[in-house]
Design a protein around this ligand. Sequence first.
Ligand SMILES: Cc1cc2nc3c(=O)[nH]c(=O)nc-3n(C[C@H](O)[C@H](O)[C@H](O)COP(=O)(O)OP(=O)(O)OC[C@H]3O[C@@H](n4cnc5c(N)ncnc54)[C@H](O)[C@@H]3O)c2cc1C
Length: 448
Amino acid sequence: MELLQGSLIQPHDDEYESTRKVYNGMIDKYPSLIAKCKDVADVLHCVNFGREHNLTVAVRSGGHNAGGLGIVDDGLVIDLVEMNGIRVNPDRETVRVEGGCLLQDVDHATQPFGKAVPTGILSTTGISGLTLGGGLGHLSRAYGLAIDSLLEADVVLADGSLITVSETQHSDLFWAIRGGGGNFGIVVSFLFKLHDAGMVQGGPMLWHLEETEEMMRFYQDFILKAPKHIYCYFAFLTVPPVDLFPEALHLKKMCGLVWCNVGNKADSEAALQKFRDFKKPALDYVDSMPYASLQQLFDGLYPTGLQWYWKADFIKELSGEAIQENIQFAKKLPSVHSTVHFYPINGACHDKNNADTAWAYRHANWSQVIVGVDPDPANKDKISSWAKSYWEAIHPHSAGGAYVNFMMEEGQDRVKASYGDNYSRLSQIKTKYDPKNFFHVNQNIKPT
Ligand SMILES: Cc1cc2nc3c(=O)[nH]c(=O)nc-3n(C[C@H](O)[C@H](O)[C@H](O)COP(=O)(O)OP(=O)(O)OC[C@H]3O[C@@H](n4cnc5c(N)ncnc54)[C@H](O)[C@@H]3O)c2cc1C
């Protein structure tokens, strides 16, 4: 690795312990080498080195993958975290983003122009993993998934070549990386289209858990018909015992909505008022704020190193029976940090069909994630078994697969279910670009 400009970290180095850690404190893996790449040449060098020495290779950008797929035991970690350059082109309304950027880096660069890339809901997540899996969040109903704003990407392939993919160059691979994860190569740079998102009306509105059934029904009717620029995801949570919240609500399990309305303020006010009139919220913190501030609102609650275990499903409809199952498990939220989110994926996400990109669940209306989180490793089993039994109860009411970015390591059947009818085409493209499955530390699509 003498050609590497960045640092190469090995088990005997002082920074090895801190560098091998990822966001999920439950993941405890020991790579042989961690290469902190400085530029594309470093990435090319690492790929060639890994292939020539027959090493298992993991690729890490934001390190947020809950299943720990950005790191690997014994092998080589190609770490992009120092490749975080960004350039906005205001005339073309595009932004060029290097692979190691976090969502907060992208927001920082684009917000001065009143613009944003539609990404997620927590600013510390990596743009690469999020985008390659699809990318859903506050702006999904307005502008679609992150992949729907992707115009071009530079990809380092398993054979050590660098190619640019777009609608007109290697269009098969461009199709596959829009949802197919890190299966096909290492994306060193993305070109995104920008959208208007300066000030938004956003923040949480909460109701008592006993009011869940009527709130969920009302929410379902509302969000399936709401204008695209209105967004709110449904959540179960426990109110943290901190000054920000009224003491009377501390540690109460509640249901609620987190809003992010862009554009027309009158429409937004009307939407908020509908919910306030239907049932007065016990807490109403919705306000005007910059989009970037909304994306950072919950960062402090979820620092690096907590124990995470999550399970997910796509949902078409919240039937009466499904609502009851959800309520039963929401009552048993196992810790203050544990939560459940239903992210709407209708609106602009439905402007494309399942076959248009690798992301195969555009016919669904929500991506649900059941999140067991706790700072204490001693509670690892408690949060995991709650998430597993919750999932077993609600899975029969789901659309089948799950958002790959909300999965742990769950096996091949689950990966296939999540790509549905797109799996065989993905497998053919994998065979063309990575026939030996060099990139397999991911939700793996097997070559044919
Ligand atoms: C707290 C939290 C909040 C989240 N919120 C959202 C959200 O709002 N919306 C959403 O859609 N998802 C969300 N996610 C899920 C997130 O999208 C995935 O965890 C994603 O894998 C994170 O990307 P990363 O770059 O940080 O991950 P990493 O752990 O660095 O990598 C994850 C996977 O992506 C692959 N990969 C990473 N970088 C590259 C690259 N440059 N080229 C090729 N492959 C690469 C890796 O091989 C690995 O398989 C959240 C996750 C967490 C933990």
